[in-house]
Ligand binder design. Structure first.
Ligand code: FES
Ligand code: FES
Length: 170
């Protein structure tokens, strides 16, 4: 006898995305990466491996860098999420973006959104990281183009630019 299985019902979640409160009905089996790209049209978060190995899909959830390909949509409920689309303010790039551009740390750019968010997670908790800390914090983000040297320089420059920004605020 053929048994017909039905999809489970959609699930309503509420979370904050790049500073804006959002309510969404999602398929509970979909990943956060799929929700961001397919449902919300935010294509900045990239899919590389899809199995937690490359870091291209990195976003911040409650300030922590996570692989969005390994997280299910329902886990976003009541969380605060930052994606690469939330970094700039209008036409003004975030200092981390400026630093990546000016050091040549971007070539094909596929790894870049994940690199930027891992960098933000690092600098939010450690504003002047040592080189070893930078290397450790980016160890989950793979880049096939740059050889990493420019990326490490970019994070170091970003730390200095963010410090200037903070002193300008006072
Ligand atoms: S796509 Fe998520 S870690 Fe590679
Ligand atoms: S710039 Fe191409 S993968 Fe990093």
């Amino acid at each position: 006898m053929n048994k017909k299985y039905e999809d489970p019902p959609l699930l309503k979640i509420a979370f904050v995305l790049n500073g804006k409160a959002l309510e969404l009905e999602i398929k509970p089996w979909e990943t956060v990466l799929a929700v961001l790209r397919n449902q919300l049209g935010l294509m900045g978060t990239k899919e590389g491996c899809g199995i937690g190995e490359c870091g291209a899909c990195t976003i911040l959830v409650d300030g922590r860098a996570v692989n969005s390909c390994l997280m299910l949509g329902p886990q976003l409920d009541h969380k605060s999420v930052e994606t690469v689309e939330g970094l700039s303010t209008g036409d003004t790039l975030h200092p981390i973006q400026e630093a990546f551009l000016s050091t040549g740390a971007i070539q094909c750019g596929y790894c870049t959104p994940g690199m930027l968010l891992s960098t933000k997670a690092l600098l939010d908790k450690s504003p002047r990281p040592r080189r070893e800390e930078i290397i450790e914090s980016l160890s989950g983000n793979l880049c096939r183009c740059t050889g990493y040297i420019q990326i490490i320089e970019a994070v170091d420059l970003a730390a200095r630019l963010c410090a200037v920004d903070r002193s300008d605020e006072h």
